[in-house]
Design a protein around this ligand. Sequence first.
Ligand code: HEM
Length: 521
Amino acid sequence: MVLMILPLVGAVSVSESLVALTTLCLVYLLLKFLRSDIPQGLRRLPGPRPLPIIGNVLQVGNRPYLSLTAMSKRYGPVFKIQIGMRPVVVLSGSETVRQALIKQGEDFSGRPDLYTFRFINDGESLAFSTDQAGVWRARRKLAYSALRSFATLNGTSPQYSCMLEEHICKEGEYLVEQLNKVMKADGSFDPFRHIVVSVANVICGMCFGRRYDHDDQELLGLVNLSDEFTQVVGSGNPADFIPALQYLPSATMRAFVSLNARFNAFVRKIVVDHYATFNKDNIRDITDSLIDHCEDRKLDENSNVQVSDGKVVGIVNDLFGAGFDTISTALSWSVMYLVAYPEMQERLYQELKNKVGLHRSPLLSDKVNLPLLEAFILEIFRHSSFLPFTIPHCTTKDTSLNGFFIPKDTCVFINQWQINQDPEIWKDPSTFNPERFLSDDGTELNKQEGEKVMIFGMGKRRCIGEVIARHEVFLFLAIIVQRLHFRTMPGDPVDMTPEYGLTMKHKRCHLRATMRPFDVQ
Ligand code: HEM
């Protein structure tokens, strides 16, 4: 067989090819031999047989959420694949994931050292870097408290319960005006293009105390290229696992590196301005509050962890990055589902009309009266599973799960998509049906059912922006559904096929919207 292939090798001689093949086989056998021993009482992880050098890359393919879900049916909720030379454990099934991330949370709380992660936030990212546990914990605590305190600050007008609500409502109104303007000028609009600026402005308001115009080229250049970022950092990118690929020219990788450099420079410039105008008695935003922490050296008084000023202030880069792409993706999908299910759009509008009226914009306090809208959002999270895997995890010590041995420093993928599509949890999982989250009479949200949806991860690495994200998706959506009627372009059906990445996007497209009657009193 080998000899049959050899003539195809072209310029390379037969003897050179034989040497190369023998070396490959020897390396493969050596690696097999070096496979870790399994402690007594534990089992070796099941999984598909890997090919030499490339491992299971071909079986994983370019839609890992589908291929790894199919493999979980065959090998169970804990199995191992190999991407290149690197073993990766894949977890699915709600119970198994809960066991790993909550009950054995410490063991599974690390991040793997992946090539692409080194470019994010200059390798100092809170979410993606391999920060040692104490440093990561201190930074996470700081990020969480900065986010919470700036979200819950009082708004400038009593109608808003907090600053976050005020930012979102104002940006929601601008978005409606903007879409109306673009419709008048062009007759159609690209939903992601405009939503992303509005959402970025909310997090910019909190992080940097400023907002940008919808035509600001600097911001547009950054936020509208987030597809390139998320496609590269999606779980299973071969460049992360096969070192040779890092040295091959790749246009996608070049774009990724350049986008990160621009993003870092954008945030760095704002941080430098903040240092220059910093006044301890007037903390304007999250950047100021992080600078203040550095000045006070108050960081994590309970432990002796030393975190550099760069790592503290660099947190704002993570908050800004995580704060716009995820929420804009959720909202852009929401608009796609509105046009794909027009009768649902009409029911949501009627709910808003009846419960909020058409004389004022919806507020967070209206949430309890809008169960259909809440159910619609949960079903978008579940059905699209636009964050199909969490950010990859890594074991922090030798551990075991469901009786299988998992060595320290093993990369772990958590398949959220599988949980959201699991027929053991959901009836007709592929059907889009918000009613699954409503009580039998349709008047109340079934919160227990809602908690089964997995989109924010769980346990120690669970998303720290979850509350903000849920408020933001709710309010933006309530505002645009109350004010606009969305439709597809004539003869242009909706394409709901996701493009794989850390956050999966729908294909860029054009839609139409017309203003609904609205009368502010
Ligand atoms: C719909 C919107 C969002 C979704 C679906 C989402 C989802 C996630 C997921 C799945 C993770 C990884 C969990 C893991 O690795 O196990 C994560 C981490 C994170 N998220 Fe979010 N997120 C959203 C919005 C936000 C927002 C608005 C912020 C901040 C303003 C934020 C900040 C973070 C940070 C800092 C981490 C890293 C946590 C860590 O590694 O300790 N996210 N998010």
